[in-house]
Design a protein around this ligand. Structure first.
Ligand code: GLU
Length: 481
């Protein structure tokens, strides 16, 4: 049977990087098996809803190249808020079978119980306000009077819950350690646990793939599957993502370490989606070869859950940068230029596409992130306002201004403005003046770019074009003397 896998985010904020890793593993597993990738929006916690979170989740998945087969865009029924009748119906079934019960405790009574270090369960339910301590007619009357109430799962006092997790292995737990989980809240909405189980069953989900933080919920879910008489899906809990300084990569630790949290932040920083996907795939999944750079197609082909390790994966931003650099090369200059066009135009005004492409080609493998074009390589788009003082000290000798003016003169009359001609003109000039070529190369680079690093001088000059080169050489000669 082809698997059906769901990504089930709660729209309580923008999709974060860990969420995208979960979605990616769901997606890769579904695709690798010819299965279906379902997006389900778990919006039952009405107090934590963030208005544009769902739109952000959808946009982020699309940007990353994760194509949703079924989800809110396919029609109604993929948001839990649209399925409340289904959950209420299922709660009635559990009540009828004696697997759940009504409870009327006030928040104060619950707080007092917890203060004593107790959980709502076999040991305490006999002294709280619920169907065990009230008569049947009292329960009915309270419900008829619309008194605030919840429905709780009746956790058995004995018994063991065991299951095989595809990644974590055998998991076993005593039912006695669980509390009587709320299934239906006083606002009529289900809790995560109930809705999750009901939906996974009715959506015919075959594999639950999600973060390790949900592992402790599984025993409760198993009790629910048992109570309904359903076969549970296969479980696969992905390893934690650790922050570079150790500990779980939380929103807070990421922010402190300067690690972007939301997928939209990576997008704004101009990381390539292909690179982010490649990087995230390797946070927990170990390919069978030495290969490190993967396209989505290659990931889909090679992915398997049995190569996902249970041990935590460390988040390393430098690996993402490396991945980005590799994917920029794979994309090729035309595509990178097309993706960079908007930001370049925003920073420098309208620039011809062919020029952006030739800058990308000139910068070549040095380009780590597209945004470098507007920072480190801004000199391709505007004359340098400053010259690196250390560069001046090291490279701008007494004869530099004279040599720059002489080279500018030659460039004005140069036949073809290409690397070969630029180089031979420079070498001829150096020979005539009895200096080494470096005496012209280094100050010329400083003059046209303001820096001492970057692509080869002749590549740089050819990309800049005659007019800019002549203007910049003369300006540096005037400014630096
Ligand atoms: N709504 C949960 C979340 O926000 C889903 C957990 C699960 O996949 O079961 O992560």
């Amino acid at each position: 049977m082809a698997p059906r896998v769901r990504f089930a985010p709660s729209p309580t904020g923008y999709l974060h990087i860990g969420g995208l890793r979960t979605a990616l593993f769901c997606y890769l597993f579904a695709r690798s098996q010819g299965g279906t990738f379902v997006l389900r929006i778990e919006d039952t916690d009405r107090s934590r809803l963030v208005e544009d979170a769902e739109a952000d989740i959808v946009a982020s998945l699309r940007w990353a190249g994760l194509v949703v087969d079924e989800g809110p865009a396919s029609g109604p029924g993929y948001r839990q808020s649209e399925r409340t009748a289904l959950y209420q119906d299922h709660v009635q079934r559990l009540l009828a079978k004696g697997h759940a019960y009504y409870a009327f405790d006030t928040p104060e009574a619950l707080a007092a119980m917890r203060q004593d270090g107790d959980a709502y369960g076999p040991a305490t339910r006999g002294r709280m306000l619920n169907a065990f301590t009230l008569s049947e007619s009292e329960v009915t009357a309270r419900i008829a009077n619309r008194e605030p109430h919840v429905v709780r799962l009746l956790v058995p006092e004995k018994g063991r819950i065991e299951f095989e997790d595809l990644i974590k292995g055998h998991v076993a737990m005593d039912a006695a350690g669980l509390d009587d989980q709320v299934l239906l809240k006083s606002d009529g909405f289900p809790t995560y646990h109930l809705a999750n189980v009901v939906d996974d069953h009715h959506m015919r989900i075959t594999h639950v793939i999600r973060g390790e933080e949900w592992l402790p919920s599984v025993p409760k879910h198993m009790l629910l599957y048992r109570a309904f008489g359903w076969e549970p899906p296969v479980m696969a809990h992905l390893p934690l993502i650790l922050s570079p300084s150790g500990g779980k990569l939380s929103k807070r630790s990421a922010t402190t370490l300067g690690i972007p949290v939301s997928v939209r932040d990576y997008r704004a920083l101009e990381y390539e989606p292909e690179a982010l996907v490649n990087f995230l795939a390797l946070l927990g999944w170990h390919p069978s070869s030495e290969q490190e750079v993967f396209s989505m197609a290659e990931l889909t082909e090679q992915f398997s859950l049995d190569r996902v390790v249970p041990s935590p994966a460390r988040f390393d931003l430098s690996k993402l940068r490396w991945s980005n650099q590799q994917h920029l090369r794979l994309l090729g200059t035309a595509q990178v230029a097309a993706r960079a066009a908007d930001q370049v135009a925003k920073a420098f005004g309208p620039v011809a596409h062919t020029y952006v492409a030739s800058v990308v080609a000139a910068v070549g493998h040095r380009l780590v992130v597209r945004s470098d074009l507007c920072t480190e390589y801004a000199y391709f788009f505007r004359d340098p306002a400053l010259y690196d003082p250390r560069g001046i000290k090291r490279r701008w000798k007494a004869d530099a201004a004279v040599l720059m003016r002489a080279y500018a003169n030659r460039l004005e009359t140069l036949g073809a403005f290409d690397e070969a001609q630029l180089e031979s003109a420079l070498r001829t000039l150096a020979k005539e003046r009895g200096v080494g070529a470096g005496r012209i190369i280094h100050p010329a680079r400083l003059a046209v770019s303001g820096t001492t690093a970057g692509p080869s001088l002749f590549v740089l000059l050819a990309a800049l074009g005659r007019e800019a080169c002549v203007r910049r050489l003369r300006r540096a000669a005037a400014v630096l003397g």
